[in-house]
Design a protein around this ligand. Structure first.
Ligand code: DNO
Length: 357
């Protein structure tokens, strides 16, 4: 397990590289060019700038999260070919600075979605929260109207740029089915995977978060069965998964440990975090500890250990603790605690196997 830490870039993150350097066992940064719009080719100067920053602290940049996929690719529009070309050029450039894994997702319109970014827990910390009924009973077009009338009102995970085009995007997806989305994903992979192979890069799709349809939009990277289907779309080591225990874990039917045993050779990147799922389907993000949530994190790490996992891992969203002000889910403290929990488990399994000096 090669430990990494997500960093949003200079001036874009409350956590400094100096701080990350002091977390035990972190060898690399999980990074992106967050100001480059989805679909554009990444400029080499900007890539090299981040490389220079990482080099000063001795971090590698082998994992990118994410190179986002333009909506036209997910919609299967004729304009997708240009965006796919740009994506290929970006892959080639990233290989030049030593990138080995590119995380991306194929969720229509939204990335992760929550209804509250600072839900208070019993211990006084706050964390990301999803209230199912708020999303399920909401007509997206009504919601867009309300948001447009009141600019102070927004939904977590909805960035202003996306909001501007929201109505037309919902219109565009009106007749797109899950099967269409599978076809569009296949088209994308057929183009991208050979380029990734030639450049020694593993593409790693991130599961949908939450792993079910929202606002009637199709979502397909949601379950073991669908991940199996996904891997068959392009049967190559360069077509892999970012196995996110928190995203998949929001649906308690998902057997995450079973997925690790089945797919481990195709998991170049592990996102490890816990989530507490309530009976009504709401869920709240918790500390990484197994007993604090619904996901058996100790079992997850054990499954990776038993399969000799040598891929990259990172702690995922943490709670906001000790008064920290930070990007929602991405503070220093709880993620650093998460890392120590993951190392604690890993080292204990290694010790048990007589492999820890
Ligand atoms: C949330 C993350 C996701 C993830 C993307 C991958 O914090 O897990 O935003 O980075 O979905 O493309």
């Amino acid at each position: 397990m090669r430990m990494t830490f997500r960093w949003f870039g200079e001036g874009n993150d409350t956590v400094s590289l100096e701080q990350i350097k002091q977390i035990p066992g972190v060898e690399g940064l999980v990074w992106s060019l967050h100001d480059v719009p989805a679909g554009d080719e990444w400029p080499m100067e900007k890539i090299e700038e981040v490389k220079g920053q990482a080099d000063r602290y001795g971090f590698h940049l082998e994992v990118v999260e994410s190179v986002n996929v333009h909506e036209d690719i997910k919609l299967g529009l004729p304009s997708r070919d240009q965006y796919i070309e740009n994506y290929k050029r970006t892959i080639e450039k990233l290989a030049k600075v030593g990138v080995k894994v590119i995380c991306y997702n194929f969720m229509p319109i939204f990335d992760w979605l929550r209804t509250d970014l600072h839900k208070a827990g019993a211990d006084g910390s706050t964390a990301l929260f999803y209230e199912k009924s708020k999303i399920h009973n909401t007509d997206p077009f009504e919601l867009v109207k309300v948001i447009n009338q009141n600019s102070a009102l927004t939904m977590p995970g909805w960035e202003p740029e996306r909001l501007e085009h929201l109505t037309s995007l919902f219109e565009a997806y009106r007749n797109v089915t899950e099967e269409d989305l599978w076809n569009h994903l296949q088209y994308f992979l057929e183009e991208i995977v050979p380029v990734a192979e030639r450049n020694g890069i593993k593409m790693a799709i991130h599961p949908d978060d939450p792993p079910w349809s929202i606002f009637g939009l199709p979502r397909i990277i949601t379950s073991q069965q669908n991940l199996r289907r996904f891997l068959k779309l392009a049967d190559s080591p360069s077509n892999g998964i970012t196995l996110c225990t928190g995203s998949l874990g929001a649906n308690p039917d998902n057997d995450i440990i079973g997925m690790i045993h089945e797919f481990h050779e195709r998991i170049p990147f592990a996102h490890i975090r816990n989530v507490s799922v309530f009976e009504n389907g709401d869920f709240m993000e918790t500390s990484h500890r197994t007993t604090d949530g619904t996901v058996d994190i100790a079992g997850v790490v054990k499954a990776y250990y038993e399969n000799g996992f040598t891929g990259y891992a990172r702690p995922d969203h943490g709670r906001h603790i000790w008064g920290e002000t930070c990007r929602p889910g991405y503070g220093l403290y709880d993620r650093a605690l998460g890392i120590m929990y993951l190392w604690g488990l890993w080292d204990a399994y290694a010790k048990q196997a007589g492999r820890l000096n």
